[in-house]
Design a protein around this ligand. Sequence first.
Ligand code: TXA
Ligand code: MG
Length: 357
Amino acid sequence: MHTEVLAIDPVHPDPSIIERAAALLRAGEVVVFPTETVYGLGAVALQTGAVERIFAAKGRPFNDPLIVHIAEEDALEQLTSSIPGQAKLLARSFWPGPLTLILPRSPLVPKLVTAGLETVAVRMPRHPVALALIRAAGSPIAAPSANRFMHVSPTTAQHALADLRGRVPLILDGGPCEVGVESTVLDLCSTVPTILRPGGVSLEALRAVLPDVQLPSQLVDAVPTNALQSPGQLLTHYAPAVPLLLFDGSIESMRAAMLAEVQRRVEQGERVGVLVADEDIAAFRESGAVVRSLGDAAAPGQVAAALFASLRALEEADVQVILSRSFDEHGLGLAIHDRLLKAAGGKVFKPPSGPQM
Ligand code: TXA
Ligand code: MG
């Protein structure tokens, strides 16, 4: 299959290009499109045959449910069996935007979309291309991130093309994604609203609207930064093609530990990549590593937007291992830490920071 890439204005999308993509979707095909978080691989959510093509193109197992994207809140009536009051409250505050809500599923939603679960994941993206496409298709759109299964999510059309060339007919290229990490997935079907995946809407922002929002125990465990004993379901995604080692601790001890590891590996003839912030660049300049900065460590928005592109860039630089520093876990930082931790298979190296007693 030939994969066509069409450039589209991300702010004022050309209706004729949207219509070409929508016609493919209505015909049961898949289309890659930009959202504010990452690129999505969409198909009409209510057509089982179309949704099957998503799984085929990604090589995704059928036990991993999809997010259904909508352009108006009214579409919830069709997709859910009931709408909790909390959902309306959150929708008012965060939609359109990077928040996915887990809600009771309506029988109209194919089992394939929800992996047989009695719940459905729904989000209203805020990217003008995504919204225009959903409206033109005349149906909610099921869409996972547009990467091959287990690979890093794409934040540019070129990333999606690298993973899906020959497997999808059309990629809409709206430029780089603004947020750069996926949406926050919030379960409203559990007794207490629970974040299943931290993402573009922060825990703090959610708690300002729903004070009882909680993190699942796996994420709570992840925060103190020790090695996780049993990497669970949460740790299976976002694997870069090369192993990643995640370092934590005070800036000085983290840098020193990373530099020592770079030196050890470079001496053995390994090609090493490091993922750092602007403030670390000077320390690594002479290290012999391929250095990639995620920007200002104090600006999590910048770091999140650069993260997946930088992981891919280091892969392309043919490094054999990536050493990454950690970032503060407040706000968007929780999602950044989560993605780095997943890429590291759940393990963190934390050097002792003070003098040892
Ligand atoms: O930002 C995003 O969310 C992007 C863009 C394209 O919208 N999409 C995305 O989709 O990241 P995907 O398929 O890569 O991740 C969907 C996540 C998975 O972790 C999946 O397990 C979870 O949502 N999920 C979907 N339906 C669910 C359900 N019914 N219950 C619990 N988790 C669900
Ligand atoms: Mg994904």
